[in-house]
Design a protein around this ligand. Structure first.
Ligand code: ATP
Ligand code: MG
Ligand code: MG
Length: 351
């Protein structure tokens, strides 16, 4: 059996490890942090830093392929690994999704709709971008943002200085505000041989910048459902992608607008664990291990709810609910805003 190397030992690495174990594969996790959630299930954990190229090379030599659960991996670390084993999804997928400006340029070159955008490094850029794009708009750091962090809304031009200050000198991107009717995502997979399979789109609801629930199926007209799946396929093919990708979309009266892509399994795909025979984690492992993709058809309608911080108080009650499947990450410490687990509620059989 093959061994899969995973960069990152959080809940995504943990659930990938569970899926790999079910297929008789081993996982070796690379994670600098203490007590990684994936440590409970992985075959082996390396707790070195991403600056330790000798540890990275040894890690790479111990596995057959390397994948990852987060996109902000330092380039030098990727160089050290790629000298030894393949990285899937590939470097280009990482480069594109690490930087919101590169990502938006890539998506628009593909002919996909995005929010209007402009690079902003200083107040002159911001004034020009606001003159072009108008308000409301959102200023975001180009790199390292997640769960709505590193973002500032600009409702009127006089809010520009405060928004720029919030970037703390980091290169930024101004995005026009998309008046969406809902947010959906497509979890898409592409195999080593180029075959593409998508899970059904789900509706995402965010609270305070953090994903709160995903409900599947998203109530979409058939034409938009097809658009969503086809555009995800175009993104994967353009990147010669291998693995699972999360594609976040805005639904607008004028059609679908791509918000962002994540080159990994995605929080909005957690419903697949209880809605499909083959979930996103197994699908990703299959793809990066060179197996055929599995059948991701939905057998049940599901609402996935994230358990964040003190939501953990509700676990005893959720555990008694026969419609709920609990997935807890084994994190020792509860912190505000910290994702501790999720609950998949079965709404009924798929229509
Ligand atoms: P994630 O945790 O999904 O990686 P993130 O921090 O990368 O999130 P985004 O997905 O860019 O942030 O934005 C978070 C949320 O803010 C979006 O899901 C959407 O609700 C809102 N948002 C972001 N950009 C825009 C936009 N251009 N127009 C309207 N709403 C937006
Ligand atoms: Mg993001
Ligand atoms: Mg997002």
């Amino acid at each position: 059996g093959a061994t899969i190397g995973i960069l990152g030992g959080g809940q995504l690495g943990r659930m990938l490890s569970v899926a790999a174990a079910r297929l008789g594969l081993r996982c070796h996790i690379f994670e600098p942090g203490a007590e990684p959630p994936a440590g409970h299930v992985a075959h082996r954990v390396t707790t070195a830093s991403y600056e330790d190229s000798a540890a990275l090379a040894a890690f790479a030599a111990s596995v057959d392929v390397v994948t990852y659960e987060f996109e902000n991996i330092p380039t030098a670390a990727l160089d050290a690994i790629e000298a030894v084993v393949p990285i899937r999804p590939n470097r280009r997928a990482l480069a594109v999704s690490q930087d919101r400006l590169v990502e938006k340029a890539f998506l628009s070159e593909l002919g996909l709709k995005t929010a209007p955008f402009a690079a902003v490094d200083d107040e002159v850029d911001l004034a020009e971008a606001l003159a072009d794009i108008g308000t409301p708009a959102i200023l975001k750091t180009r790199r390292f943002g997640y769960d709505g962090k590193g973002q500032a809304r600009i409702m009127a031009p006089d809010e520009a200085p405060a928004a720029l200050a919030a970037m703390a000198g980091a290169p930024a991107i101004l995005e026009g505000f998309v008046a969406f009717t809902s947010e959906i995502s497509v979890i898409a997979a592409r195999g080593l041989g180029g075959e593409v399979a998508c899970f059904d789109p789900g509706t995402n609801v965010h609270e305070g910048g953090i994903l709160r629930t995903t409900t599947v199926p998203a109530p979409l007209p058939a034409a938009l459902r097809t658009d969503a799946v086809l555009l995800a396929g175009r993104i994967l093919n353009a990147l010669d992608y291998v693995g699972v990708m999360g594609v976040e979309l805005f639904v607008t009266p004028g059609g679908l607008v791509v918000n962002e892509i994540a080159p990994r399994v995605h929080n909005s795909g957690h419903w697949t664990q209880d809605g499909c025979v083959i979930d996103q984690f197994e699908q990703h492992i299959r793809a990066v291990a060179g197996w055929p993709l599995g059948d991701g058809a939905r057998h049940s309608d599901i609402r996935m709810e994230n358990l964040i911080g003190t939501d953990m108080d509700r676990v005893p009650e959720l555990a008694r609910d026969p419609a709920v499947a609990l997935h807890l990450y084994g994190k020792a410490e509860i912190k505000p805003g910290r994702k501790m687990g999720h609950a998949n509620r079965r709404l009924g059989p798929a229509a």
